[in-house]
Write a protein that binds this ligand. Structure first.
Ligand SMILES: Nc1ncnc2c1ncn2[C@@H]1O[C@H](COP(=O)(O)OP(=O)(O)O)[C@@H](O)[C@H]1O
Ligand code: SF4
Ligand SMILES: [Mg+2]
Length: 324
């Protein structure tokens, strides 16, 4: 069996708080495998550690403990040249379409830049590659001569996709890539991601706080809360038959139109804010907001267990929060 393209093993990432007095447990013990060619969705409220996880997956952040594995190997154990190659194979696209674009560079130059760094072929060849990529992401050739401020958010996000794809990555982390875009064009960009996946044989780690987005694109979905996974399973199972109270609540709170089969009968409004990741609650970390918490939930942390093939959950009382 070949090793998964990406894996995490008890991954933990901690940051000092601003005053240096405490530790933010942004990712606090997460394990999963991503298989080549799939779209692995990660969903959770803001502050649950999704971006930190995504950055660690592409070696922008070093694990505090545990491991990120690229095809079974720890990238940090590679010699520096091989690590550079690995970084090329594992790319990330951010929410802010401006994040990776230099406002003073023409679009074609921005797309060509990663190839310039690699130094492969002549400049003319690299320009031709960049222009071909522009077309692949659905932008006309004339966009190449423009500057970022002349483009809409959606067009800029297309440029970011082109820029990342020039180096032919194997896996792309998509971190809230449509969240900053107008609702009317989100589906276009999601469809573009889907078609490029087939074309380039890509694997996606698709991070979003919007279950409508993640259900649209994912083969499997992980539900993250306060640094840990609460539930993981096939997209169908998570969106139609979630068992973890947090997943049920997230689904029920979805404000935008979901297919009717996915809509739950009752809207469950989660009380209170997500607790501070410097001191997660004892036992089950969701217990302070869980509508069906019992005494046992404060005492012991629920184990991560497989309830049916490929469907994992961390809850003492799965299925006890009914959506309707
Ligand atoms: N560089 C950092 N320094 C300190 N705290 C951070 C840093 N990056 C993220 N955090 C904290 O880690 C937690 C998780 O953040 P993040 O991964 O951005 O979550 P999400 O993407 O799910 O909104 C938050 O409490 C956030 O404030
Ligand atoms: S373990 Fe208890 S508090 Fe945590 S989600 Fe399950 S029922 Fe709720
Ligand atoms: Mg984020």
């Amino acid at each position: 069996m070949t090793a998964p393209i990406l894996a995490a093993r008890d991954l933990r990432i901690r940051f000092p708080t601003q005053d240096g007095q405490e530790t933010v447990k942004a990712v606090d013990g997460v394990s999963f495998d991503v298989e080549a060619g799939e779209t692995f969705g990660v969903i959770g409220e803001s502050g649950s550690g999704k971006s930190t996880l995504g950055r660690a997956a592409v070696c922008l952040l070093r694990p505090t403990s545990g491991e990120v594995l690229h095809r079974g190997g720890n990238p940090y154990l590679l010699p520096s040249k091989a690590l550079r190659q690995q970084r090329r194979d594992y790319q990330i696209i951010f929410q802010d379409p401006n994040a990776a674009l230099n406002p003073r560079m023409r679009i074609v130059d921005s797309i060509r830049e990663p190839l310039d760094i690699l130094g492969a072929g002549s400049r003319a060849q690299r320009t031709a590659q960049a222009m071909a990529m522009l077309e692949m992401v659905g932008l006309r050739a004339e966009f190449g001569a423009r500057y970022p401020h002349e483009l809409s958010g959606g067009q800029k996000q297309r440029v970011n996709i082109a820029r990342v794809l020039t180096v032919r990555p194997k896996l792309v982390v998509c971190d809230e890539v449509v969240a900053a875009l107008d609702v009317s064009i989100r589906a276009d960009i999601l469809n573009l991601f889907a078609s490029l996946q087939g074309e380039f044989g890509l694997t996606y780690l698709f991070i979003t706080h919007d279950i409508g987005v993640v259900s649209h694109v994912s083969s499997r979905i992980a539900v993250m809360y306060l640094g840990r996974f609460m539930e993981l399973g096939p997209a169908e199972t998570i969106t139609h038959r979630p068992l973890h109270p947090y997943s049920v609540a997230l689904l029920s709170a979805e404000p935008t139109p979901l297919p009717s089969a996915m809509r739950t009968g009752k809207r469950i409004v989660l009380q209170g804010e997500i607790p501070s990741p410097t001191a997660p609650p004892s036992g089950c970390r969701f217990r302070t907001r869980c509508p069906v918490a019992r005494d046992a939930c404060a005492e012991t942390e629920p184990e991560w267990r497989e309830v049916s093939t490929g469907h994992f959950i961390a809850c003492h009382f799965p299925g006890s929060l009914a959506a309707h």
